[in-house]
Structure formats: C-alpha cells, structure tokens
Design a protein around this ligand. Sequence first.
Ligand SMILES: O=C(O)CCC(=O)C(=O)O
Ligand SMILES: [Fe+2]
Length: 284
Amino acid sequence: MKISDSIYAFINLIKEIRRFFLYHYEWRKHPKPLFKNDCHFPLAHNLRLLGYATLSASETFRNIPSAEKIVNAYRFLDMSPIEQVVKEVKYKSGRAYKKELAAFFDPNTLLEYANDAYIVENISQYFGFKPMIRHISVWLDCPTNDENSIETQIFHRDPEDIKLVKTYLYLKDVDELSGPFCYVEKSHLDPWHSFSKHYHNDKDIKRLYPNSNFISCTGTAGSFIMADVNGFHRGIKPKDDYRVLVTVYYSSATPRQGLRETVFDVNFSEISKRGPKVQDYSYL
Ligand SMILES: O=C(O)CCC(=O)C(=O)O
Ligand SMILES: [Fe+2]
C-alpha cells in the first residue's frame, strides 16, 4: 500500500466516524417508530429488515387502486411522441437517458396515488411519523449509444434526507435488459458507511457488503417497489428497451437538501393549452 493510499484511507475513516455520529444525532431528532407494530405493515416490515419491499402487479392493484388507474391510462396513451423521443435518444449519450412524462397523465390521479392510504400508512409506520411527499415524476429511461453507466445507473446512496423512501410503479414490463431498479439488501442499516464517495462500482459494493444480495427488481406492468434509498441502489442502464415508471419521493418535513417549490416538475396549466410534451429531467 502506498503512503497516499493510507492517508486516503485514514481521511475516509475520520469522515465515516463523523457521519456515524451525525446520523445518530439526526435520528434522535425524529420520533422513534413503534417497531413492535411492524407486523401489521408488510411493506414497513420488509423495509426495516432489508431496505426494500416489492408487490407483484396483482398485489399492487389489490392494495393501491389508483395504481391500476395509472397503468391503464398508460396502456391507452398515444405512444407516438414518446417513441419518437426514444428513437432520437438512441443516438445520444450522457444525461439524455432520462425524460419526464408526467405531462401525459392526470395530475389528480398521480396525487391520489402518491397519497394512497396503504403506501402512506406503511411509510408512516417505517418513519414513525407521517411522511411529506417531496416529488412526483413519471420517468422514461431510454437506451443510449453510451457504453458506460452514469449518474443514477451507478450504485449510490441518496443524500436528500435521513428519512427518505422512494416508490417506483412500473407502467411497462421491465426485464434485465430494460433497466430494472436494483438494491443492495441491508445497506440502509449503516447509511454512514462509505457515504463520502458518491458512486460505487459493483466491485466496491461486493467489498462493502460481501454477504448481501444485490436485488434486481424485474416485473410486469403494475409491479411496485418501495425502497429506503439511504441504502445503495441504482437503475441498471437499459440496453434493449425503454422503461417507464412513476416515482414518488417521501421524506420528513425537514429534508437535508431543501424543500422543492412544487411536487411536480411539470406545469400542468400550460399543458391544457398546448398538449403534453416529453420533457428533459431537470434534476440530473
Ligand atoms: O433509475 C432507477 O431505478 C434508480 C433511480 C435512483 O437512483 C433514485 O430514484 O434515486
Ligand atoms: Fe438514487
């Protein structure tokens, strides 16, 4: 080992110890969840244990009726403007891979879904208080001509809040080649661990979590995922086909990284005048 490597390792250790104490301090500012009630909240139970929870399409539709409305709305969409963009992005690189499709949906249905009692009750149980809805978005993730994965396609922890759960509702079947969401089981239990380096390759993650499963969430339209994104996660780079999903971010009312002015990135009043358009995703 070179001297510079040992200095680097030492600095990282100091950073990690600092983070360990900061996390424990921040956790104490929030009410403690009633852990013994987890058995009544299956999604909260799995979140606590593994960091993520999933529902098959039929389980989603049974528990979250507005999810079925959104999946059906997608089924009847005029796909030509969306497929046109997918074709164009195929020859692009970098951040072009992610687009915003919320404009193609009814905002009230998206809000009804984000506020769904089953989802909110499970997250409330997990957090120990009612979550704040921070962001609602419909993502289109496209294959590009880049070899390499970038940004959200590489394992990372999200920094916005210590209490941060994101949900993903697939509107289209997702297999290994169309960009499944991936999660490193139990990596939410020590969120201070290797936080300072933002992006980690698969080798780094295997070294950090040698005994954890890497979960790759494939599924049919209507499959639902809920994850504590303080744990390591990514969306695999789509290779063959594009992915469409609804994502909702839930946090505390005092997130680390400021409040957003609106939950949507899209101005719905303009859409009623000129029709929906595929929008670039402004937060990447
Ligand atoms: O694209 C994905 O599946 C993961 C995206 C991500 O990193 C996030 O939602 O924080
Ligand atoms: Fe993320």
